[in-house]
Design a protein around this ligand. Structure first.
Ligand SMILES: Cc1ncc(COP(=O)(O)O)c(C=O)c1O
Length: 401
């Protein structure tokens, strides 16, 4: 199964501006169908939730459809989908909730491969509870996060293991099923950061063994909304801080205040869009999304092979990470130039890339580049094509010598 990248690109109004958007790891563009869904929600008339009139019923239907769509995307159930402003906010909320029941001497395991949003909320919650933080270390030479170390890191005092499903700078996909299995065997919960992984291939939270799986729609062609997906039975055991009159059902009890209903309609449209990436995909929304994301992953990996080979052939380029399994995300430096200079040069060639640690703050430290501006990130998503890759390589080649 393949994807038709020119047809996909035509669906994204922003891609007509002539730039190569290799900044998708920091946020993707949105297709016209998402923009239309948001606009249509407002145009139809929206009330607040829980009312007895049609505009309110439309808002409630939007929330229900959004939960169902996110569940289909990751293999969860709608009643387990917590919606919120972004992954960071939701992770702080879950950390505060879970830590209510941590005691001095309890332990939490975080990793230095992770984005700081899946590190600091747990470290700070552990500090407040008097719990001990234990660190999983990536191998700086390969960028792998060896799963075997969790055998020692996880003990009968471990309450939570937080780990990413993919590094947002070097793309490493750790062996999450092995890590969550180690957590489960010790009676600990696992919190998997799927923000970078979700746009790059099919996701099955059960196969990952994740008790909680976090994702952000703006990384997969949707609006700026985050979600955490868990088993509703697990959520029912937790008591987040909430307003007295606010709904005490699961997952509503984890959601604070009035949600951006129109944006939630956009999230549903984004999942529909992902499900349509391969015209050959058929069946339920879940089946179509899995087939389409598999095809999109193949497309990204094919382009990534060319991108990596091109960078590797340049003597003035240093690439970080070479994990056996990784997303199509390149992280590199150019001799004699700061990452900022490289990004500025590429912008002058109409190529969007990011420079810096991209909040993978611990990992930039492990790689020894945190204090020197870190590196340049060029990431591929389903709407990138060979001309984006060629323009990146041409722009970097100009910086030789
Ligand atoms: C891997 C990863 N985790 C977490 C985050 C934070 O997500 P949000 O912006 O939704 O808080 C990001 C954002 O770049 C990310 O790439």
């Amino acid at each position: 199964m393949t994807i038709d990248v020119s047809a996909i690109r035509a669906a994204y109004p922003a891609l007509a501006d002539g730039y190569a958007y290799l900044d998708g790891a920091a946020g993707t563009q949105v297709p016209a169908s998402v923009i239309q869904a948001i606009s249509a929600a407002y145009a139809a008339g929206l009330g607040n939730s829980g009312g007895e009139f049609p505009a309110s019923e439309r808002a409630d239907a939007i929330v229900a459809e959004c939960r169902a769509a996110v569940a289909a995307l990751v293999g969860g159930v709608p009643q387990g989908v917590i919606l919120g402003p972004n992954m960071t906010t939701l992770t702080y909320r879950l950390a505060g909730t879970l830590a209510k029941d941590w005691r001095p001497g309890d332990e939490v395991v975080v990793s230095r491969l992770d984005h700081d949003a899946n590190v600091r909320p747990w470290v700070q919650a552990a500090e407040q509870a008097g719990a001990v933080v234990r660190w999983a270390e990536p191998d700086p030479a390969t960028g792998e996060l060896p799963a075997a170390q969790y055998g020692q890191l996880v003990t009968d005092r471990t309450r939570l293991v937080a780990v990413t499903a993919a590094s947002n700078i070097i793309g490493t996909r750790p062996d999450v099923p092995a890590i969550t299995a180690a957590a489960r065997a010790a009676g600990a919960l696992s919190y998997v950061d799927g923000v970078h992984a979700t746009p790059h291939g099919p996701v099955d939270i059960r196969a990952l063994g994740a008790d909680f799986y976090a994702t952000s729609a703006y990384k997969w062609s949707g609006p700026h909304i985050g979600a955490v997906v868990a088993d509703p039975a697990l959520l029912a055991t937790l008591r987040p801080d909430k307003l007295a009159p606010a709904d005490d059902e699961v997952p509503d009890r984890f959601e604070r205040g009035t949600p951006p209903f129109a944006d939630l309609a956009g999230v549903t449209a984004a999942v529909e869009h992902l499900a349509s990436l391969s015209c050959a995909a058929s069946g339920t929304l879940r089946e179509r999304v899995v087939a389409s994301m598999r095809a999109a992953e193949q497309h990204e990996q094919d382009l990534f092979g060319v991108l990596l080979a091109g960078l590797e052939a340049m003597g003035h380029v240093t690439i970080y990470g070479k994990a056996a399994s990784r997303t199509a995300t390149a992280y590199f430096n150019v001799a004699g130039r700061t990452p900022e200079q490289v990004a500025r040069h590429l912008a002058s060639r109409k190529v969007n890339v990011w420079n810096g640690d991209n909040y993978a703050w611990e990992l930039a430290g492990v790689l020894g580049i945190r204090d020197s501006g870190a590196a340049v990130r060029a990431g591929l998503v389903h709407y990138n094509d060979m001309s984006d890759v060629t323009r990146l390589l041409d722009g970097v080649a100009e910086l030789a010598g």
